[in-house]
Ligand binder design. Structure first.
Ligand code: FAD
Length: 448
């Protein structure tokens, strides 16, 4: 493994106890650099290896629907790890409350975890590191090029991060080692995970994002990838922006929950596809996705007005008092109750399936800006709806996508116009020039 993936979070040296991998963002056994490092360290020291997941009863705007998807994936991880003699432990509660006692009980010598750029998780990690007296290592198992290595600063846009990623890709885009049957077992039997009990501890909202038409877990993610490469990749560039077609990969929920590594997707796409379509797909999968992680790591205001670039804040400020043609409440947006059939259809797609097509997400967020009393209110509404109803929500891609749509992040200034100021505008006529708007509305309008 490229050692640049590793970030030391404490100054303590590794000691002789078992190695614990605190799995968080990357919920998989295969192709997981954090687990690979944890096992190689445990093998070097001849000690047992544990994989631990801390189940918070509530997490941002996640609903039972998200938890259901996640827990199904984690059950699969537990079974896969069992075949490798690696115990999977589910701790009920946040890491700060549960992990120190577990580490102490098992005399752990090293804690390894995966990387996330999100504020609340980073804050929890840094508090945890202050409390622990053992070595804590973070491994960027989510990105092809580790975010900190790709860039040490907030990037302006795809055009500034792309050359950096392209230069570093040959160094990082390598095959993963396999996880082997672990020869060192912990003393005494590990308690079985009580999945039913775990579900009963959840305090997430019962609200559902629809019955997402996708199976959870690593095997399902690999099957979706296989189908995408065989049947959709060739037409990706030509059709990905048409919401009436099923031309995107639909891999975002699996990437979000870490059921599949972006690096596995990139390796398979590169080895099995013709060059041209692969390039367009890899631009989204690597450049746009890693730009989102860069945005959230280096801009702590990634989900509010304060995170917008100065030109956008100034321009939106100048248009605060502009008359809005329509003003809607959160409830009206949420229930797809606007005057605009196309916007309502996008919201209905989200409510019914837990997923909105990528092209419609831009239109959807921009109209929330146009029909809200302020850009701050628009951000709050868009983030809430995205995080609550998108199966792939609560993700850096979501915060970056919303901030791009409403606040010009990673974009440039356009013509000045009411309400939007210099933020790029979108309207239904533009959509009609790109795809069959009526067909989309017929498919997803209320009652359809
Ligand atoms: C307002 C708004 C909200 C969004 N919310 C989310 C979200 O909550 N979660 C999420 O994962 N993505 C979000 N996106 C980004 C993008 O729309 C989705 O990643 C994509 O539509 C998911 O479908 P797919 O996996 O079939 O994508 P594909 O087109 O098949 O792309 C493959 C992968 O590339 C990455 N990708 C594609 N487009 C983008 C992009 N614009 N920015 C960053 N990465 C991208 C994703 O990881 C995606 O899974 C949002 C975009 C906007 C404009």
């Amino acid at each position: 493994m490229n050692i640049q993936r590793v970030h030391y979070c404490t100054k303590h040296d590794s000691s002789m106890g078992p190695v614990v991998y605190w799995m968080s963002r990357d919920q998989r056994m295969y192709d997981n650099w954090a687990l690979c490092l944890a096992q190689s360290q445990a093998l070097e020291k001849n000690v047992p290896l544990f994989v631990v997941f801390c189940l918070m009863p509530r997490f941002l705007d996640a609903t039972h629907h998200h938890y259901h998807f996640m827990l199904k994936g984690l059950r699969e991880v537990e079974l896969s790890l069992k075949t490798k003699n690696i115990p999977f432990v589910l701790l009920l509660g946040n890491a700060l409350d549960t992990l120190p006692a577990f580490l102490e009980k098992h005399g752990a010598g090293t804690l390894i975890t995966d990387f996330t750029p999100l504020r609340h998780s980073r804050a929890e990690r840094s508090l945890l590191c202050q409390r622990l007296r053992i070595q804590v290592i973070e491994v960027d198992a989510h990105n092809v090029v580790p975010v900190r290595i790709a860039s040490s600063k907030l990037e302006y846009g795809a055009y500034t991060i792309r050359p950096k990623l392209q230069r570093l890709l040959p160094e990082f885009l390598e095959e993963f080692p396999a996880i082997v049957k672990h020869p060192y077992l912990c003393a005494g039997p590990m308690p079985e995970v009580q999945w039913e009990h775990a579900v009963s501890t959840l305090r997430a909202a019962a609200r559902s994002g629809g019955t997402a038409a996708c199976e959870s877990g690593e095997a399902a993610a690999r099957a979706v990838l296989k189908d995408f490469i065989a049947n959709k990749l060739a037409g990706y560039g030509a059709h990905r922006n048409d919401p009436t077609l099923d031309a995107q990969s639909r891999l975002s929920p699996y990437l979000h929950f870490g059921h599949i590594a972006a690096q596995r997707i990139a390796l398979d796409v590169q080895s099995q596809a013709e060059a041209a379509p692969a390039a367009e797909y890899l631009e989204e999968l690597i450049v746009r996705r890693e730009l989102s992680d860069n945005f959230c790591l280096y801009n702590e205001h990634y989900d509010t007005f304060d995170g917008f670039p100065a030109w956008a804040r100034q321009s939106l400020n100048e248009h605060r008092k502009d008359a809005r043609t329509h003003l809607y409440t959160l409830e009206q947006f949420e229930s797809a109750g606007t005057h605009d059939l196309l916007w309502n259809a996008a919201q209905c797609e989200l409510l019914a399936t837990g997923r909105m097509h990528g092209y419609m997400r831009m239109y959807w967020a921009k109209k929330i800006l146009e029909w809200s009393a302020s850009p701050e209110e628009a951000m709050t509404i868009a983030v809430y709806l995205n995080d609550t109803y998108e199966l792939d929500g609560r993700d850096p891609n979501g915060y970056a996508g919303i901030a791009w749509s409403i606040g010009g992040v990673h974009d440039r200034a356009w013509f000045d116009r009411p309400v939007f100021g210099k933020i790029r505008y979108m309207n239904a006529n533009g959509c009609a020039r790109k795809f069959d708007v009526n067909a989309y509305c017929a498919k997803f309008s209320r009652g359809a």
